[in-house]
Design a protein around this ligand. Sequence first.
Ligand code: AMO
Length: 434
Amino acid sequence: MRILAKDLRDAAERSEKDIVLSGWIHRIRELGAVSFIVLRDRSGLVQLVLDGKCEFTLESVITARGEAALNEKAPGGAELRVARIDCLSRAAADLPFQVNGDVSKTGIEAILDQRSLSLRNPAISAIFRVQSTIIEAFSAYLREHDFTEIKTSKLVSGSTEGGTNLFAVEYFDRKVYLAQSPQCYKQTLVASGLERVFEVAPVYRAEKHDTPRHLNEYVSLDIEMGFIESEKELIELEKGVLAHIFEEVARKNAADLALWVKNGASAPGADAVFNAPVITYEEALGIANVESAKKKGARIFDINPDAERYVCDWALREKGVDLVFVNEFPRRHRPFYVYPLDSVRTMSFDALFRGIEITSGGRRQHDYDAQLEALPRFGVKPESMEDYLSIFKYGCPPHGGFAIGLERLTAKIMGLANVKEASLFPRDRRRVTP
Ligand code: AMO
């Protein structure tokens, strides 16, 4: 009977005599006339005991047949006593990456250069099992709340976020751009009558930063919904989304979190998420300056990365949770599509989690005349936004939404220092391979 590594102990308790396990050789230890092979499959690691020497190299793919036996000293409390072993694919001996090593001691460039091998390391693959749960839980929660999943084009004729951070692409005889976000499309689909939509897809930012928080391609978890009055309803929705994601990660990925526990990997409890404070931009600036002064830091004029860290430190100390929602951002800090609260403030918000912004969002301007009038003030030519403006011309509900950066959320749950570690094949200014 073919089983997974995680099921060997059950098979041993039933004294199964004919068990088949398939996977990669993770480790080999020879002790006199016996070899101990650690086999790795998608469910984990398991020990095989073989009479004689192991002829195969590390990372070779094998199938082993034998008897399941209990052994409290073996990982998982059981082992396979091998009767027959076959090699399905032999690995070359000159492995350029030590798959069974301690990756906390390996530099990020080596990990990324050798991605196909580094992903075999159980701690590294754990990051992407958690990421898979995040996407699944995000989507499941929204479907449960009557949202429709959409997939929109990533080739666009111009900016969606304002600014010039766009990658140009040759498109027949003209130039188009990679989308910075599905912003215009998600708003279009709310107005088109779907009312509640979400999208999980890559977005592209031609930002020249090379920092531990920026990627040039990342996955955006986007939400947009109609018939809201303010960003406060969106904050409540995001609390529900995050609480569900964290609950699912804690339930399904306990073993994956355990591999990063030294780095602080954990999923906050739902109560903590629902208790997360909501403070205004002005309050956040005040808190950041008090915290900065305590640490003899510089005066803070904006919610910059230092301020994000200070505000999260404050929330953890005062409210017991390292998640904070900051709303009422000033107009000058937000894109053209935001809805004003008054002449200075907007109905917008960010979510800060464990020291970094993971979400931006807010209510949108849905009034045609007001949007037309606002565009030039943001340096956007109304002629270039005709399709976008037409959304509002023909009947559009008040609406809003937000986007969570998948890699930032994953990195913060796992305690990773660099967002690139939470991207399978990260793209930065220099890296376009593997
Ligand atoms: P914004 O540009 O703030 O908002 O992006 C939303 C979230 O995406 C993540 N993020 C990034 N992650 C990795 N690398 C980057 N270069 C990067 N840039 C942004 C962050 C951020 O909070 N259209 C709006 C959202 C909305 O209003 O619905 C937008 O894209 O986690």
